[in-house]
Design a protein around this ligand. Structure first.
Ligand code: NAX
Length: 315
């Protein structure tokens, strides 16, 4: 039998985590033959609530779930972890400016980066869900210099899943038969959902979404269950590989498509799986003027976020 892996979920007393911990513990992400320890981190104030989540998890009687640790202590939480779902963040409150939200969260993700650097396995895989997700991932990575940059990613998979579901509905086909939908950029209103390359198989035929086809309308953030599902999809594909499917992940840019190096930007990627668990940005896609301007707009927003975040961190 496989050795258990250690998986951390932060914001574990929150909404998304309430679905997420069950998905993980029942084998949806790492496979139904992979035992795991689940480490649940939240703030002190939430420990009682978290205790309730632990009770429920136990009551699910999940055979893959070994140890459950509920804690507000970073050392306990980050120690020797293989994978981190960083969901917990300061929520946007009424009257709060984007900058206030960013400032509060940069401080949290700086601390979590330092904890990752100090305590986690050096090959730990990180997905940041908590907003502003891309910039939180960038800050986290900055403060965890001993962990490869490419191990820090942010979630745009919910945006991809939403786009795929809409396309499938319009074309009356199964969502599994939709491929090559891309989310470029930031997980924010400036993201660019690109359906120019999308393919959908219907009745055995392949239909290509034409340029200028209806683009996905802007929507509110969805319920916690779909966000939890999307974070599972992201990590599962990274863990096991995607074959020739494209998936969108916000990853540190290597300069592809003219996006400044180091920005955590959503690209279409292919994950290799295997022992290496690498991902590669899909190369060679034609970028028309419309796409260029959309992609640059999102990059510009991320540069502004980076500047703001770094001015908060100072050191
Ligand atoms: P909730 O407010 O229900 O839960 C957040 C939890 O995080 C709370 O229990 C809180 O106590 C905890 N928390 C706060 N600071 C913490 C810290 N320093 N360490 C550990 N835990 C901490 O929010 P929920 O609906 O679960 O959403 C979580 C985050 O996901 C939010 O930032 C939200 O904006 C973001 N989202 C990101 C999405 C994406 O696609 N990237 C989509 C869904 C979601 O909106």
């Amino acid at each position: 039998q496989k050795a258990p892996i250690r998986v951390l979920v932060t914001g574990a007393a929150g909404q998304i985590a309430y679905s997420l911990v069950n998905f993980i513990a029942k084998g949806d992400v790492f496979g139904t033959d992979q035992p795991l320890d689940l480490i649940l981190l939240d703030i002190k104030l939430m420990m009682e609530v978290l205790g309730g989540v632990v009770m429920e998890l136990k009551d699910c009687a999940l055979p893959l779930l070994r140890e459950i640790v509920a804690t507000d202590d970073y050392e306990v939480a980050f120690k020797d972890i293989d994978v981190a779902f960083l969901v917990g963040a300061m929520p946007r409150k009424q009257g709060m400016e984007r900058k206030d939200l960013l400032t509060a969260n940069v401080t949290i993700f700086k601390g979590q980066g330092q904890a990752l650097d100090k305590y986690a396995k050096k090959n730990v895989k990180v997905i940041v869900v908590g907003n502003p997700a891309n910039t939180n991932a960038l800050i986290c990575s900055k403060y965890a210099p001993s962990i490869p940059k490419e191990n820090f990613t942010a979630m745009t998979r919910l945006d991809q899943n939403r786009a795929m579901a809409q396309i499938a509905e319009r074309l009356d086909c199964n969502v599994n038969d939709v491929n090559k939908v891309i989310i470029w950029g930031n997980h924010s209103a400036t993201q660019y959902p690109d359906v120019r390359f999308a393919t959908a198989v219907k009745n055995g035929a392949t239909m290509i979404q034409k340029r200028g086809a209806a683009v996905i309308a802007a929507r509110k953030l969805s319920s916690a269950m779909s966000a939890a599902k999307a974070s599972c999809d992201h990590i599962k594909d990274w863990w096991f590989g995607t074959g020739d499917r494209w998936v969108s992940m916000a990853v540190p840019s290597d300069g592809s498509y003219g996006i400044k190096e180091g920005l955590v930007y959503s690209f279409p990627v292919i994950c290799t799986g295997g022992d290496e668990r690498k991902y590669k940005i899909v190369q060679g896609l034609k970028i028309d003027d419309f796409s260029r301007s959309k992609m640059d707009l999102s990059a510009k927003e991320l540069e502004e976020e980076r500047e703001m975040a770094l001015s908060v961190c100072k050191d």
